[in-house]
Ligand binder design. Structure first.
Ligand SMILES: *[C@@H]1O[C@H](CO)[C@@H](O)[C@H](O)[C@H]1NC(C)=O
Ligand SMILES: *[C@@H]1O[C@H](CO)[C@@H](O)[C@H](O)[C@H]1NC(C)=O
Ligand SMILES: *[C@@H]1O[C@H](CO)[C@@H](O)[C@H](O)[C@H]1NC(C)=O
Ligand SMILES: *[C@@H]1O[C@H](CO)[C@@H](O)[C@H](O)[C@H]1NC(C)=O
Ligand SMILES: *[C@@H]1O[C@H](CO)[C@@H](O)[C@H](O)[C@H]1NC(C)=O
Length: 554
């Protein structure tokens, strides 16, 4: 018996400790889920208000839409509640370091959120995460523009909901406007900025979640340089699982000669901490903050651009060339849903061949090229020949006037001082664009398995780049033209080492493409058939012309 009880006691103790831990865990879990589900800090709540509108009730008015309209999991978004706890993604040094902040009365903030058909729960989470994670003194006003959404009662309900929950924020300006018809993001953001009265303006997308301590690091940088524009580092939120992940500090924003946005890798200098602010050729995403006066002085977002697309590239070029700078500040984190494709339709346009989204993008890119690229616009047209046919209904006088007034640098300066990547791309190229033989163009199928000769005007026609040093002939997906077994023409990943590069080396012989290793020429002897054959000067079937040749070939 005695030995039996002795044996029992430690076991029971373990059991109690175990129960204690489970209870604690349960408690923590309940707290988190309670917070995540529906509730706001008690200080914000005013349940006694007559106008009280419950979160459930608010989102229940989300209109029934086709399932994939929102491009993210709507029921999941609804179930996350008004606000949730987010993981800490900034570096620990960002949390401990003190920030030098200017006083609120000379550095307050107007936030502009424009949306079109955003789900109620998503929009609300954007707004509430902003409100509870921004120091009250600095948040001057919130400007929310509904750009012709189908959910016509949203703004009224939002106003009621905000009134019942944030009633204590009586000094917070709230401006709600609705465009009766769709005017586009660019127009709406400009309208928001023109209504604003704060010192700084922040443009925020409507599918974001603002993380802790996002404002202080941005304010500190802006206070040092009135011509600076800053972006927080955007943490990606997965559209299907809505999980919040850490964004990378080793990426910056850039664009290619087609004026398409790309992420560029960033090299850290010796002893450079990854959390330090860093310069970026363009904004990485649509969330940016700058002095409102400076924004207006730069002519806002170019109002000739339509709907959506290119506006942040245009603003970035304008900023850099006219005396400003762009920085990404990794200590500031905002979660953002990167959607897989546009959640909204572009209005139909004049051209049948390109989709209207592509057409709008091309239209906007053409305006950027004509307004800012100087002689380098030829690069753009070489890569986007379809842009030549797009009519523009205005002249560029206004932009030239702005460039003179602000004494902006020529585009050359941007290549020299801001985007070495773009300049390198230019320096390396010996020819680029479509590759034409008679009236057809060399085209690689989407999966890069087949080479064909296709109509030069199809929207997705392959753009080739011939590199000066390696002689490689690459498409935009980094597949190179090579010659394999039995002189067969192949498309393979562009080689980085000597041996693969050798079989991918081409030379220009007039307009002929001579393969260096085999000394044979690319040929199209029969309609739509490609092969290698003995070079014959003046053979039309061997004449391949690039849209843009950068240097005279011997
Ligand atoms: C709740 O809000 C209303 C106005 O919306 C206000 O009149 C009332 O005093 C508030 N309640 C409390 C407890 O402060
Ligand atoms: C959305 O998420 C829920 C919960 O995770 C899941 O059951 C549902 O299948 C998801 N719906 C879609 C369309 O992915
Ligand atoms: C906010 O900033 C604007 C512009 O600098 C200023 O006119 C206004 O007084 C500020 N508001 C407050 C409450 O400090
Ligand atoms: C690649 O695309 C071509 C034409 O579009 C098709 O014939 C071929 O079967 C595809 N190959 C693979 C591996 O998907
Ligand atoms: C060169 O790269 C190719 C693939 O890109 C690889 O198959 C080959 O082994 C490499 N050769 C050398 C010498 O590294």
């Amino acid at each position: 018996m005695f030995s039996g009880r002795q044996f029992c006691r430690p076991r029971r103790r373990v059991f109690y400790i175990f129960v204690f831990f489970i209870c604690n865990l349960l408690f923590v879990f309940l707290c988190i889920s309670e917070w995540g589900y529906n509730d706001l800090p008690a200080s914000e709540l005013n349940k006694s208000s007559d106008h009280h509108l419950d979160y459930r009730e608010f989102i229940s008015h989300t209109p029934e839409r086709p399932r994939d309209l929102y491009q993210y999991n709507l029921s999941l978004s609804d179930s996350l509640g008004v606000v949730r706890k987010l993981p800490t993604t900034r570096h620990y040094r960002c949390i401990t370091q003190p920030y030098n902040l200017p006083p609120p009365f000379e550095s307050n903030l107007s936030v502009v959120i424009s949306f079109h058909n955003e789900a109620r729960s998503m929009l609300l989470r954007t707004i509430v995460s902003l409100l509870i994670r921004t120091p009250e003194d600095y948040l001057h006003e919130l400007i929310i523009l509904d750009d012709g959404s189908e959910d016509v009662t949203l703004l009224d309900d939002l106003k009621r909901w905000m009134g019942s929950v944030f009633w204590a924020r009586d000094h917070l300006g709230l401006i709600l406007r609705r465009n009766p018809r769709r005017m586009g993001l660019i127009w709406s953001r400009n309208r928001g900025a023109s209504l604003a009265s704060g010192y700084y303006v922040l443009f925020l997308d409507s599918h974001c979640e603002v993380n802790e301590g996002w404002l202080e690091p941005l304010l500190e940088r802006l206070a040092l340089n009135p011509h600076l524009a800053v972006s927080p580092l955007l943490d990606p939120i997965d559209p299907t699982t809505l999980s919040y992940r850490k964004g990378s500090e080793l990426l910056k924003g850039g664009f290619d000669w087609s004026l398409h946005f790309h992420w560029l890798k960033r090299q850290l200098a010796n002893h450079e901490h990854p959390e330090m602010p860093y310069q970026s050729p363009v904004f990485a995403g649509g969330v940016l903050m700058m002095s409102r006066e400076w924004f207006l002085k730069l002519g806002s977002f170019n109002s000739f651009l339509k709907i959506w697309g290119g506006e942040s590239i245009e603003l970035a070029i304008k900023l850099w060339l006219c005396g400003g700078q762009i920085e990404i500040v990794p200590c500031s984190r905002i979660g953002h849903i990167f959607r897989r494709r546009h959640a909204f339709d572009f209005p139909p346009q004049f051209d049948q061949e390109l989709s209207s989204a592509q057409e709008t993008y091309l239209h906007n890119s053409k305006i950027i090229a004509e307004s800012w690229l100087d002689e380098y616009k030829n690069m753009f047209y070489a890569l986007r020949p379809a842009a030549r046919r797009i009519p523009l209904d205005h002249t560029y006088d206004e932009m030239q006037k702005l460039r003179r007034e602000l004494q902006c640098h020529p585009f050359e300066w941007y290549l020299r001082h801001v985007s070495s990547e773009l300049r390198m791309h230019f320096d390396e190229l010996s020819a680029t664009g479509t590759l034409r033989n008679e009236d057809r163009c060399l085209h690689a199928t989407q999966n890069d398995t087949h080479l064909i000769l296709a109509n030069c005007y199809r929207g997705d026609i392959t753009q080739w780049s011939m590199l000066g040093n390696s002689g490689q002939l690459a498409n935009q997906r980094e597949y190179c033209l090579g010659v394999g077994f039995r002189s067969q023409i192949i498309l393979e990943p562009c080689g980085r080492n000597e041996s693969t590069r050798k079989s991918q080396r081409w030379m220009r012989l007039g307009t002929q493409l001579l393969h260096a290793e085999t000394h044979m020429c690319l040929d199209n002897p029969l309609k739509d058939r490609l092969e290698m054959s003995t070079c014959r000067s003046n053979a039309a079937s061997q004449s391949f012309q690039f849209a843009l040749e950068m240097e005279r070939q011997t």
